[in-house]
Design a protein. Structure first.
Length: 123
């Protein structure tokens, strides 16, 4: 690569190989950015389902209050409860599938908690 092109090309776009992944840095960044985007889309979808569930039971005003309080208070509990109601009552899912959908974050939280407890017991 010539010096002029190298000066214009950012270091993060180089083709250095990441030793633990065996991919170029740009591929690793692309995967990370894609995962962040998908997580944001999933979170937005959960908020939408929570809105549907709360609106079905208590109306539009309470749905807006619940969704707004989730953002203002930075709490996911109203979204989880609303998503459960949305999946079970609005969409007609079985309660166990609706619970799995609403508490999908626990799938990753429970193993982390177990490892945290085991690590604490070892020390």
């Amino acid at each position: 690569m010539s010096d002029k092109i190298r000066a214009l090309w950012p270091e993060s776009h180089s083709t250095k190989v990441c030793p633990e992944m065996k991919y170029s840095v740009t591929v690793k960044e692309t995967i990370e950015n894609t995962m962040v985007f998908l997580m944001l889309v999933y979170a937005g979808f959960m908020v939408y389902v929570a809105y549907l569930g709360v609106e079905f039971h208590w109306g539009v005003i309470w749905a807006l209050v619940i969704v707004g309080s989730a953002f203002v208070l930075r709490s996911t509990l109203p979204v989880i409860v609303g998503a459960f109601f949305g999946a079970s009552d609005v969409w007609g899912w079985h309660w166990s599938l609706a619970l799995l959908f609403a508490f999908s974050g626990l799938i990753f939280l429970i193993p982390t908690f177990i490892l945290f407890v085991i690590k604490g017991l070892k020390h």
